[in-house]
Design a protein around this ligand. Structure first.
Ligand SMILES: Cc1cc2nc3c(=O)[nH]c(=O)nc-3n(C[C@H](O)[C@H](O)[C@H](O)COP(=O)(O)OP(=O)(O)OC[C@H]3O[C@@H](n4cnc5c(N)ncnc54)[C@H](O)[C@@H]3O)c2cc1C
Length: 375
């Protein structure tokens, strides 16, 4: 039986405990640290081992689909607030120093229409965005590899977006709060005992006054009551060795179903094609599949004009919310002692930092924001 050294003994009682050390849990930890709150973050694997280091690294304005679609789905005021929220997310990261990362690049994102229907929606989006005071660019042609195949019709540009290597971002965001994170601690159950939250883990019991659950796609296994609230969906990507391909923007194509960008050092990162196999791309299993990987390679060939060698293939699990909006809510079974923050619906790098900061404010100050739900 392995023993635990005196130096590894951990304080088991804290004012706040966060579960999950992805971008959301680590951002919450930074806000808790700023407020001087005694807390730990419990992570079953290693820092960032969930979706937060498996994504495409777009720090992008907006949400899953274009602005016109969002105005129809959420109402114009909510869509506008969501777009501002994502701008604020990047601004907050910039103020915290993200521009010092080696992999950070100010890089416009471009929603690229590949059929007439989407082209009309992007045109409508451009008008609505301008009316709502957003800066927006418009391309009808381009000189880079995304335009040479002739697939692209028009492109709507978010001029102030950025990209990064998400693994570097997570190391950076974890840096100042590393002392608070307990890696390899899997939470098995949470319960209320004598007005405190009792957290059973593979390393024994922890207790806290308030709990913030940032397990996103993996929440249902811990909290079955989240079965209908957060749906785990798999996203797959690959990296191509394509030194002669240049892409001026981080492209978001076919309503965001496919995305492609330069990843530095002659590598192109590409993801998506889950819509073609939507029934299979659900659940927490983050292995790759031949059909999605094959579709990604075909897509890259159509867009870039030839097949390039694949350097790496991977998958990650995203947490989708029922409304496609991020969620901050109380966890009803823990009666006012616990909150959930997640449901970024594929856009957590662009939304989670600000949302998790707001979740801490809601938990500690009872303040609410656009994404607060009653329960
Ligand atoms: C292929 C792909 C591409 C994407 N591209 C982009 C993009 O370009 N831009 C963008 O904005 N978003 C993108 N996303 C989405 C983004 O990655 C996620 O929204 C974001 O990382 C979610 O962060 P999180 O902290 O909420 O969850 P996660 O990073 O998944 O973190 C949850 C953590 O909880 C831990 N955990 C779970 N259960 C337990 C437990 N019982 N005990 C202890 N710990 C537990 C997990 O190990 C994990 O580390 C993409 C996602 C994928 C998969």
């Amino acid at each position: 039986m392995p023993t635990t050294s005196y130096w590894h003994r951990d304080n088991r009682e804290h004012e706040v405990i966060v579960i999950g050390a992805g971008i959301a849990g680590l951002s919450a930890s930074r806000e808790l640290q700023r407020r001087g709150i005694n807390h730990v973050v419990l992570e079953r694997g290693v820092i960032g081992c969930g979706a937060s280091t498996r994504n495409a690294g777009y720090l992008m304005r907006g949400a899953a689909d274009n602005y016109a679609a969002a105005c129809r789905e959420f109402g114009r005021d909510t869509a506008k607030a969501l777009w501002r929220w994502s701008e604020n997310n990047l601004q907050a990261l910039r103020e915290a120093g993200i521009e010092s990362l080696r992999s950070y690049q100010a890089r416009p994102s471009c929603l690229l229409a590949v059929d007439d229907g989407e082209a009309r929606e992007l045109e409508e989006s451009r008008t609505l965005l301008q009316e709502d005071g957003f800066e927006v660019g418009w391309h009808t042609e381009g000189a880079d590899a995304a335009w040479t195949s002739g697939m692209a019709r028009v492109g709507l540009v978010n001029p102030n977006d950025a990209v990064c290597n998400p693994a570097e971002l997570i190391r950076w965001i974890a840096g100042p709060v590393f002392e608070h994170v307990r890696q390899g601690v899997e939470v098995e159950s949470v319960d209320l005992k004598s007005s405190k939250v009792s957290i059973q883990t593979n390393a024994g019991e922890y207790r806290c006054e308030r709990l913030l659950v940032c397990t996103n796609a993996f929440t249902e296994s811990l909290l079955p009551e989240f079965r209908d609230r957060i749906t785990p969906r798999r996203g797959q990507m690959l990296a191509l060795d394509a030194p002669e391909v240049s892409l001026d923007c981080a492209y978001y194509i076919n309503h965001g179903h496919e995305y492609i960008r330069e990843a530095g050092d002659g590598v192109i990162a590409l993801g998506g094609c889950r819509g073609l196999f939507a029934d299979q791309e659900v659940g927490e299993d983050d292995t790759t599949t031949d059909n999605v990987q094959g579709a990604l390679e075909d897509f890259a060939e159509r867009l870039l004009g030839r097949r390039y060698p694949v350097l790496c293939r991977w998958a990650g699990t995203m947490g989708f919310s029922p409304t496609a909006l991020p969620m901050i809510c109380r966890i009803p079974s823990l009666e006012g002692h616990a909150w959930f923050c997640g449901g970024f619906t594929g856009h957590g790098m662009s939304l989670a930092h600000t949302t998790a900061t707001a979740a801490v404010a809601q938990m500690l100050d009872e303040s609410s924001c656009l994404f607060s739900r009653v329960s």
